[in-house]
Design a protein around this ligand. Structure first.
Ligand code: URA
Length: 242
């Protein structure tokens, strides 16, 4: 592989950015500064950037705290997309895992790992997604029970059993195991209520860090990646009102 591609794949920047870095003498191969972007890198070569060792990283994972007002898409002619928030990151092969509505906030995984994304989104895997939901009207106990059991949202099948935790009269935490279109909003509408604020708090084992501001992002840790992979292997399908 060429040195510029290696640096690019390792997340050091776009192809033109890493070419500039190479030209400036920031990259070294086996301890020697290398200024040729097309230098061939073998598996046994040790590559450093500003003296820091880089390993070839095929997959990249970013956790974004999606703010309201941006759309979940890789590109759009009119609207601002979540990808535009990943400042300083080469986003060309990255994509968001699943979709949050424009007015929904919270945890969004962005990666180039298609297989993990597929497993997280597969309807058969039933990966838990927990949302903080604020409603227009107070939630009755009966409405909470109905959400937990599964409600008719106008499709062939009702929603799968969910976990509901009351926080206040108009605030619940709702954990669903599917990802149907506008699912939470349609579930609340099925119990004659309306969502006024929606935030995703978790997906599988991945939690929205409390210290990550809306609009902020960070790389996943090795542990988060491993836990996330494991979480896609366990079917979870119990119903519970807490
Ligand atoms: N359910 C919704 O209705 N909207 C979202 O953004 C996510 C889940």
């Amino acid at each position: 592989m060429r040195l510029d591609k290696f640096l690019c794949d390792a997340g050091a920047g776009t192809r033109s950015e890493v070419k500039q870095l190479i030209r400036k003498g920031a990259a070294a191969v086996n301890g020697e500064v290398e200024k040729a972007a097309d230098r061939k890198i073998e598996e046994y070569d040790k590559v450093t950037l500003y003296g820091r060792a880089l390993s070839y990283q095929k997959f990249r994972y970013y956790l974004l705290h999606k703010p309201s007002g941006v759309i979940t898409a890789t590109a759009d002619k009119r609207e601002r997309t979540v990808m535009e928030l990943l400042q300083g990151i080469d986003v060309r092969d990255l994509f968001p895992v699943g979709r949050l509505d424009k007015d929904t906030e919270g945890l969004l995984l962005i990666t180039n790992d298609g297989e993990l994304a597929h497993r997280l989104l597969s309807p058969r895997k039933h990966v838990d997604k927990t949302y903080l939901v604020r409603t227009k009207l107070p939630m009755s106990e009966e409405a909470l029970e109905r959400l937990a059991e599964g409600v008719d949202i106008g499709e062939e099948k009702p929603t799968l059993p969910a976990t509901v935790k009351r926080l206040t009269a108009t605030e619940i935490e709702l954990t669903i195991r599917e990802g149907r279109f506008h699912q939470i909003k349609r579930m609340l509408s099925a119990v004659d209520n309306e969502v006024v604020y929606l935030k995703r708090l978790s997906m599988g084992t991945l939690r929205l860090p409390t210290d990550l501001q809306a609009g902020g992002f960070r790389e996943l840790t090795e542990e988060e990646i491993r836990e996330l992979r494991e979480s896609t292997c366990k079917p979870q399908n119990e119903r519970k009102v807490q």
